[in-house]
Design a protein around this ligand. Structure first.
Ligand SMILES: C[S@@+](CC[C@H](N)C(=O)[O-])C[C@H]1O[C@@H](n2cnc3c(N)ncnc32)[C@H](O)[C@@H]1O
Length: 369
């Protein structure tokens, strides 16, 4: 696909991954700008918002950059593009964890070019390099080319949006996403949700910003999630994310440090590892001495353990991160500990994924009998 753009000295080039760029410079000295832009395969500024919105819409659905509206909440409620999410520019820096990974393309909706450029600058500095469009209101609401184009393309919507209805555009852990239906169906079959227990319970150990936990709570299938992390700032993010998405009542946070087999908790009530859960998550959190405790936290009679962690390469080459070999699984270790180690688990899935940088992750799901 070839994308055509007019360029001036302020423009940066707009490139879709895998596309050719043809830049139309109006004056000779602008060609140099265009050239350096295209070499950087960087984001840039569309000179015609209406043209850009049509371009965006013409892309196959799966390739369309995700729409991030950086205008105020009020402006967003009043008028917006269908399927856009609202991360107001004033708070954008604190909400970056709501975005998909940096390789995913983003399109910015802004009040004006300056606001759009500021958003791009911030995202660019945090490695979201592939932002092919900035759409701007720029004129009065009625005259805005953007909104007229949106109406033509049936992309215009408006109205209050509740936190529950707020969209998630990041991707939770893919192994969790691909197995959650099975886990829920299986829990339902084993009647773990009875009239006395109206929620499925999950503990997300080393939850980070809580993207998996909030996604789980937001599924609306009755998950109550305990989020555990050693860093209070991570748990602040979890609470913020949960609040923005209207699931604060389904998320409990606990600051705890796992050291070896022991837990140092700031909680006054019994700490997380003393309870049983329908699902225990440890995604990119690994403490070898704590593996058995993770298993013991799973409710016997059908509960699940889902672990995703780095595993040592077969060729023995050490990773740059995690550096410490103790923080890396050995091949077959999880099956050994849980599947055949007498803890009463049956392995549901045990697979490995090779990341683009060559690191290998082990993804393991087991059910406690
Ligand atoms: C790589 S992040 C993964 C976060 C999340 N599970 C995810 O996949 O997005 C690991 C998280 O585990 C937490 N963590 C690491 N070691 C820990 C420990 N010993 N005790 C408690 N939390 C820990 C870190 O603070 C961090 O938030």
């Amino acid at each position: 696909m070839t994308t055509k753009y007019k360029c001036n000295t302020k423009s940066r080039a707009l490139v879709f991954p895998g596309s050719d760029l043809e830049i139309m410079a109006e004056e000779e000295d602008q060609v140099g700008v265009a050239g350096s832009c295209s070499q950087r395969t960087q984001i840039g500024i569309a000179t015609s918002p209406s043209h850009s919105l049509h371009d965006w819409h013409a892309l196959p659905l799966a390739d369309r950059p995700r729409l991030v509206d950086v205008r105020s909440e009020e402006a967003f409620q009043a008028r917006r593009l269908v399927s856009s999410i609202n991360l107001p520019i004033d708070d954008l820096v604190n909400l970056l964890f709501e975005l998909p990974e940096p390789s995913v393309g983003l399109a910015i909706v802004a009040t004006n070019l300056e606001e759009g450029e500021n958003a791009v600058k911030l995202l660019d500095s945090r490695y979201w390099h592939c932002i092919p469009f900035i759409f701007v209101e720029d004129e009065s609401e009625e005259n805005s080319v953007l909104w007229r184009s949106a109406a033509t393309l049936r992309l215009l919507t408006s109205g209050q949006i509740s936190p529950q209805d707020r969209r998630i555009i990041y991707t939770p852990n893919p192994f969790l996403v691909s197995h959650i239906d099975f886990v829920e169906e299986s829990l339902a079959e084993t009647h773990l949700v009875s009239s006395s227990q109206s929620f499925y319970t999950c503990c997300d150990v080393g939850c980070g910003a809580g993207r998996d936990s909030v996604w789980l709570a937001k599924r609306g299938r009755g998950w109550l999630v305990r989020c555990v992390d050693r860093l209070p700032r991570c748990l602040d993010r979890v609470q913020r994310l949960a609040c923005r998405h209207g699931v604060s009542n389904l998320i409990e946070c606990e600051t705890s440090l796992v050291r070896g087999a022991r837990v140092h908790s700031s909680s006054t009530s019994p700490s997380f590892e003393t309870r049983k859960y329908d699902l225990v998550l440890a995604i990119r959190f690994f403490e070898r001495e704590f593996l058995t405790s993770l298993g013991e936290m799973v409710r016997p009679g059908g509960g699940f353990l889902l672990l995703v962690s780095f595993v040592a390469r077969e060729d023995g080459v050490a990773y740059e991160h995690p550096k410490d070999p103790k923080k890396v699984l050995l091949a077959g270790e999880l099956v050994q500990v849980f599947g055949t180690g007498g803890m009463g688990f049956e392995t549901v899935e045990n697979c490995s994924q090779i990341l683009p940088d060559g690191r290998v992750m082990s993804a393991y799901l087991a059910r406690r009998l």
